[in-house]
Ligand binder design. Structure first.
Ligand SMILES: Nc1ncnc2c1ncn2[C@@H]1O[C@H](COP(=O)(O)OP(=O)(O)O)[C@@H](O)[C@H]1O
Ligand SMILES: C=C(OP(=O)(O)O)C(=O)O
Length: 683
């Protein structure tokens, strides 16, 4: 029978855990997995119960269940009859393999096992409970007066005053453990029919660029591109916000730590630690960072740390705060603090900004807001583009190996991905149109803000009730033809500047000369699509230099000049590809260029066929437009021929857009060369 204090009304087992439902409104979660390096402290989930803070140690498979803390054998006499299953639980691997070195040997100890003390605490049940005091019926676990800490815990305590005696620090947990915690503690989480965890990010369902701040401090002050993208924060305000975030984390019963790398090239990668309050955020970053081998987690000391206290607001009365949201980066302290937004994309884009700073400043390498893939003969294509222009969709190509979907670096030896995962938009997703992405949404993936059927848990990807910006984050190896490690030693052969022109006047594809490439890279024109940024509800013309303005740490011309040098040195072909509206604009009854045509254009670029066809000049923008392209109707290729909303409106729209380009370029004109200035539209 169950121990009288823990007698429960029901008992069920998950893959790594034993749940004891007690008559009180509480659930006790006892990890039974001794193969999972991130073993949990035994603690009750409801807020009032003092945790039993002994770890379940990793035992060799031969050890009997009686050696488990709290003696599972006395809790359930039937357990011994399930030896086979127990053995399976003990040896079960984390189903989402670590990219670098899949962890297959259960005797390999994870970071949890690395206690600072030479003596591991006893796991004998009698010893385990002896040290607890003040046990009551309400708090049967009592209080543990003393405990030892892992290296990781000591580091968090020292650097950030994380109260490791009160808060359970769950370091690098398994996917299963994160699922369980998210489901138990976080409103709006569920498992969908395909096995993904779906989470709700609360009020903020997109990034908050106007709440981003960079700490103004001597080491980086002269490098940063100060202005609306990088608004300064004083070191004093930084301290206040950081303390507020840490105070919040210290009020939690459990916090999560995820360690990983940013950058697949070992020479340039940075070590990142995420400290957060939500299991959903931990799983998101586990997917998005490069997952280190288990042994590398043993003594992982981060270069950069993110403190994500997104469920707690910034104090609006703190100097310089314009809302309850604050996303702040400190390049001197190498830290990032998030308050007042639970949108997970802030973390990945924060690390991206770090790479936009560290890449050029420290290593003279070029950080790119682009996806990348590689053909069978090793030819690399980069797809630059702002949010929603098609980086993720178009880089997932059954004929080409995926290097990455969003963030890359062009170094002197080739191209490497910064991330270990992809963050795909799921609005309108279907198995037919985007099979690679659709099939990647499975166990281990994190869906964000989607709507699902309460009975079947089938997701309706067309339902935008919570946001247009529904997303899924999955490890890159979930894409079948991902190239792992995600890098190429070849320099790009094709550079594709993606734009999503909601006016419908830019051609679906144009060939660019090098001056035009620089002009369009510096301009970074697209229509901002609804959703990804807070407050954008319909397409809006925007110019975002280097197709990455919200993430740039340095002046755009620094990146542009580096790109010009690289294109010249390596002789890449460049193209402007409009994935936006054809036939007419968004408001005039046009439609988005069907994906099949965009894909046909890319196939023709990669096969070399498009380079061989006849071209014509497209006025105002002076772009070279192909007259034909295999798999695409001829009339679609020239917007003037495709236009259905009347010749006058076409002329007006082209002229208007040309004017917007000219107006925007004024701020870069003084630094541009004559040929780049001459590549501007003529209106
Ligand atoms: N012709 C097209 N090319 C690319 N994407 C398209 C096209 N038509 C519609 N889309 C949709 O636009 C969105 C592009 O988003 P995504 O690929 O995630 O962009 P990014 O990675 O650049 O943010 C996807 O939802 C995709 O299905
Ligand atoms: C996650 C983002 O990037 P993208 O939309 O390009 O995937 C974002 O801009 O918030």
């Amino acid at each position: 029978m169950l121990s009288s204090r823990l007698i429960g009304s029901a008992l069920f087992k998950g893959p790594t855990s034993l749940y004891i439902l007690t008559p009180l409104p509480r659930v006790c979660l006892i990890s039974t997995s001794r193969s999972t390096p991130a073993a949990y402290p035994i603690r009750s989930i409801h807020s009032g119960c003092q945790p039993c803070r002994k770890w379940i140690a990793h035992k060799p498979p031969s050890s009997s269940s009686s050696q488990l803390p709290c003696s599972l054998s006395t809790l359930s006499p039937n357990l011994s009859q399930h030896d086979g299953r127990e053995k399976h639980l003990r040896t079960m691997n984390d189903p989402v393999a670590r990219t670098a070195s899949p962890y297959t040997d259960p005797s390999v100890k994870g970071p949890r096992s690395h206690l600072l003390s030479s003596q591991r605490p006893s796991t004998k049940p009698s010893d385990m409970l002896v040290n607890t005091v003040n046990k009551t019926g309400l708090h049967p676990g009592g209080v543990v007066p003393h405990q030892e800490h892992t290296e990781l815990e000591e580091e968090l305590h020292e650097k950030a005053h994380i109260d490791y005696n009160r808060v359970a620090i769950i370091a690098n947990p398994s996917v299963a453990a994160l699922y369980e915690d998210a489901l138990v503690y976080e409103t709006g989480t569920a498992i969908t029919s395909s096995g993904a965890l779906t989470a709700y990010s609360g009020k903020k369902t997109g990034r908050s660029p106007s709440d981003k701040r960079v700490v103004k401090e001597p080491s980086s002050e002269n490098e940063i591109w100060w202005g609306p993208v990088n608004k300064p924060m004083t070191p004093e305000v930084w301290k206040i916000n950081r303390e507020r975030a840490i105070d919040y984390l210290n009020t939690r019963n459990r916090i999560y730590v995820v360690d990983g790398y940013a950058g697949w090239d070992e020479k340039y990668r940075i070590k990142v630690r995420v400290v957060c309050a939500r299991a959903y955020h931990a799983l998101f970053m586990r997917n998005m960072l490069i997952r280190p081998a288990r042994e590398e987690l043993e003594h992982f000391h981060p270069d950069y740390t993110i403190y994500n206290a997104g469920s707690f607001p910034a104090n609006r009365y703190t100097e310089g705060m314009t809302s309850g949201t604050s996303v702040a980066i400190n390049f001197a302290e190498k830290e990032m603090v998030i308050l007042g937004t639970e949108y997970a994309g802030e973390m990945k884009k924060g690390i991206f900004t770090v790479m936009f700073y560290e890449g050029p400043v420290k290593h003279n390498i070029l950080t790119l807001h682009s996806s990348a893939n590689e053909g069978k003969d090793g030819d690399v294509t980069l797809f630059f583009g702002l949010s929603g222009t098609g980086k993720t969709t178009l880089s997932a190509d059954p004929n080409r190996a995926l290097i990455g979907d969003d963030e890359h670096v062009w170094s002197d030896t080739g191209v490497f991905n910064i991330e270990g995962g992809c963050y795909a938009k799921t609005v309108g997703l279907s198995a037919e149109k985007e099979p690679d992405i659709y099939n990647a949404i499975k166990y281990g993936s994190v869906l964000e803000n989607v709507i699902f059927d309460p009975e079947t848990r089938i997701v309706d990807y067309d339902d935008v009730t919570l946001t247009e910006n529904t997303r899924c984050a999955y490890p890159i190896e979930y894409i079948n033809n991902a190239k792992i490690p995600c890098l190429s030693n070849n320099h790009p052969k094709n550079i594709i500047l993606l734009t999503c022109d909601a006016r419908g006047v830019l051609p679906p594809i144009s060939k660019l000369n090098s001056a035009q490439t620089m002009f369009h890279f510096i301009s970074g024109y697209t229509s901002k699509m609804a959703g990804t940024e807070d407050g954008i509800l319909e397409p809006q013309a925007t110019f975002s230099s280097c197709f990455a303005q919200p993430f740039l740490a340095l002046h755009p011309m620094r990146y542009a000049k580096m790109l010009a040098q690289k294109i010249e040195a390596h002789g890449a072909n460049a193209w402007l590809l409009n994935t936006g509206w054809v036939g007419a604009g968004f408001s005039q009854g046009g439609k988005r260029c069907p994906l099949k045509y965009t894909r046909a254009i890319l196939d023709a670029i990669h096969s070399g066929e498009l380079a061989k066809v006849e071209y014509e000049n497209y006025g105002v923008f002076n772009l070279q437009v192909p007259k034909t392209c295999p798999g695409v109707p001829d009339e679609l290729l020239n917007p003037q021929n495709a236009w259905t909303a009347g010749a006058d409106s076409f002329k007006a729209e082209v002229t208007k857009l040309g004017g917007l380009f000219l107006e925007n370029f004024k701020k870069y004109e003084s630094e541009a060369t004559d040929d780049v200035r001459a590549a501007a539209p003529v209106v």
